[in-house]
Design a protein around this ligand. Structure first.
Ligand SMILES: NC(=O)c1ccc[n+]([C@@H]2O[C@H](COP(=O)([O-])OP(=O)(O)OC[C@H]3O[C@@H](n4cnc5c(N)ncnc54)[C@H](OP(=O)(O)O)[C@@H]3O)[C@@H](O)[C@H]2O)c1
Length: 277
């Protein structure tokens, strides 16, 4: 393969490790020879991947190792990126594109620090680690030309969605980025409610977790909307109706969700504004 196909993965923690595992173990989307791991330490999982595929790992990109790199994946915490940005800007080839999975670092900031180049900002969520995530992307004008490539690479983490207006990334964070935690809380609360009605704690936890997973899979495989599925399982005046009347009386749950997601969106904007300080 040509040198320009070289991909440098900067940061090999949970997210970087999950992506690399997907590229190499999943459907072999990246030739191991073209993948350069740039991280001072390798996690156990990453170490295994490095040995299994004979990957090259270096502590950090330098002028020599950056030669011919056509794509950089930024999978470090934002503060680490801000520390390394100046030296990266100096050594990255002009035509090298960037895909960032960093939360809260916007394309303008990356352009200011790394120069005008194709940049794609991606917002994954935790199920990306098992290939069941959703990853929402936005690109600058130059990044549009690398969209297909990014799509293919990020797909190993789950479903890839694109937005045209990057300012919606805060709302995305509030829905899918932070979303897994809402469902964990729902399972926790449901189990707690079962326990308060006399179910043994562990049984209540299993019932709640399996119900959440089953409902999610049903939603995905049926192709029906959540609203349609809810109506299907709600017989008039039945048990489900009794519970939903409590949750939806006065729009209680939809209203609570609206406030909660708006708070996450606000926080995402605040963090985005403050993470260079
Ligand atoms: N995990 C998620 O679900 C998720 C979701 C959305 C967005 N993100 C974003 O993804 C990025 C990575 O998150 P993560 O969960 O993968 O965090 P993480 O597990 O802490 O991974 C960050 C990795 O970067 C390494 N690192 C530290 N200094 C470095 C350097 N100078 N050069 C290269 N690597 C360095 C860290 O190594 P040491 O630990 O040895 O210092 C660590 O392995 C973050 O920006 C986060 O906002 C993650």
């Amino acid at each position: 393969m040509a040198d320009a196909d070289k991909i440098a993965l900067i940061g090999a923690g949970r997210m970087g490790g999950a992506l690399a595992a997907g590229w190499l173990r999943g459907k072999g989307k990246v030739d191991p020879e073209n993948l350069l791991i740039c991280a001072p330490r390798a996690t156990e999982e990453m170490g295994a991947l490095i040995r299994e595929h004979g990957l090259k790992r270096i502590d950090a990109l330098g002028p020599r190792t950056a030669k011919g790199v056509g794509l950089v994946i930024l999978a470090v915490k934002p503060h680490v990126f801000f520390e390394m940005a100046d030296s990266l800007a100096e050594i990255l080839p002009d035509d090298c594109a960037v895909i960032s999975v960093m939360a809260g670092v916007n394309i303008r900031t990356m352009t200011e620090l790394l120069g005008d180049r194709p940049i794609i900002r991606a917002m994954p969520n935790t199920p990306t680690a098992i290939g069941k995530g959703v990853i929402v992307c936005a690109a600058n004008a130059a990044g549009e030309t690398r969209r297909k490539e990014a799509d293919k690479l990020l797909k190993v983490g789950g479903r890839v969605e694109w937005i045209d207006d990057e300012r919606l990334m805060g709302a995305v964070t509030g829905v899918s980025g932070s979303g897994p935690a809402y469902f964990f809380l729902l399972a926790e609360s449901l189990a707690g409610a079962g326990e308060s009605l006399g179910l043994p704690r562990e049984l209540a936890e299993r019932l709640a977790a399996e119900t959440l997973v089953g409902a999610g899979e049903l939603m995905k495989s049926s192709g029906l909307t959540p609203q349609e599925l809810r109506r299907q399982v709600t017989s008039p005046n039945g048990t489900t109706q009794a519970a939903l009347d409590v949750m939806m009386g006065g729009s209680a749950l939809p209203e609570l969700m609206r406030h909660a997601v708006a708070a996450a969106e606000r926080r995402s904007r605040q963090l985005g504004d403050s993470n260079r300080n």
